[in-house]
Design a protein around this ligand. Structure first.
Ligand SMILES: [Mg+2]
Length: 307
């Protein structure tokens, strides 16, 4: 397999889960396609998480979905009957706020948000001033001769995430801030091409909103979600974990597996989400995880099979 001169060794089917489990101290799980699909828990997940916890493994959940805050995700885990602490959940909404904190974003500056409620909640918790978000979802522009849109000169960052209420008002407002406010940051929660609003088809993802602002500003965003290593660095630092002691488990090659590889972690692809075995083995795919398996409960069934 050749990609830019780098020869990636092909992923191996997971045959000895114990060996993998014993070789790391932390598992980072993507959520959609790994833990649940939409609002349905994937088979065997509670038992698998319990087994890993009983072995003393640290479990962390990382999602690029920015529509919910950590607290709102905590509720989703609870509703599905999973015993997961808010502190173990890292959504890209939280990552955006954590990034601004990490660079000491000035408290007298504001953040303009193109995205949903999760980002607003996390900015508020972190003590940042913001505007935009769902409130701007119904705003329209009125084109008459000489019309000019005013924008807040105190906006020092524009955060763009997945937004079902995206419109031209938001594009123009964000563009004005990025182009006209000196030093204004352009932050993307993720650049996912597609997302799974329903299981009937793929839907345009956060990357489509980010792409609009990229087109108008001709600026590259700073990405805080996967596959950027910001969250990995943050986690390693917060929990004091060595990255080689982490196994990243996900269903997507260009976000989850790349995120793990960019961070120097072990990687496991599960086929319970968006990636099929033929997609993994397609000669045009250059992203090869260390291992692949059908679903995370294979940790239990493969063990049972070898006893
Ligand atoms: Mg996923």
């Amino acid at each position: 397999m050749r990609s830019g001169g780098i020869i990636a060794s092909a992923a191996q089917p997971l045959q000895d889960p114990d060996q993998l489990i014993d070789s790391v101290e932390t598992f980072i799980f993507d959520c959609d396609g790994v833990i649940w699909k939409g609002d349905k828990l994937i088979d065997g997940v509670p038992e698998t998480l319990d087994m890993l916890r009983s072995k003393g493994k640290r479990l962390v959940f990382v999602t690029n979905n920015s529509t919910k805050s950590r607290k709102q995700y905590g509720k989703k885990f609870e509703t599905l009957g999973l015993n997961v602490n808010e502190e173990e959940i890292f959504a890209s909404s939280f990552a955006a706020a954590a990034y601004l904190k990490s660079i000491n974003f000035p408290r007298d500056k504001k953040v303009y948000v193109i995205g949903e409620d999760g980002i607003l909640k996390e900015l508020e918790l972190a003590g940042f001033q913001y505007l935009g978000g769902p409130e701007d979802g119904g705003k329209k522009i009125e084109l008459k001769p000489g019309f000019l849109m005013e924008h807040d000169k105190d906006v020092g960052a524009v955060v763009v995430g997945f937004d079902r209420y995206f419109n031209y008002y938001k594009v123009q407002y964000g563009t004005l801030c990025i182009r006209e406010n000196p030093g204004c940051l352009f932050i993307a929660t993720n650049r996912d091409a597609v997302t799974h609003l329903t299981d009937a088809q793929e839907w345009a993802g956060g990357g489509s909103m980010v792409g609009a602002l990229l087109g108008s500003t001709q600026r590259e965003p700073l990405v805080v979600g996967k596959p950027s290593t910001f969250m990995m660095d943050y986690l390693a630092d917060k929990f004091g974990i060595t990255k080689s002691q982490i196994c990243m488990v996900g269903d997507r090659l260009d976000t989850d597996i790349l995120f793990g590889q960019n961070g120097g972690c072990k990687t496991l692809l599960v086929l319970s989400g968006v990636t099929s075995l033929p997609m993994l083995q397609n000669p045009n795919n250059s992203i090869q995880p260390d291992f692949y398996t059908n679903k995370i409960s294979d940790f239990l069934s493969l063990k049972a099979a070898t006893v």
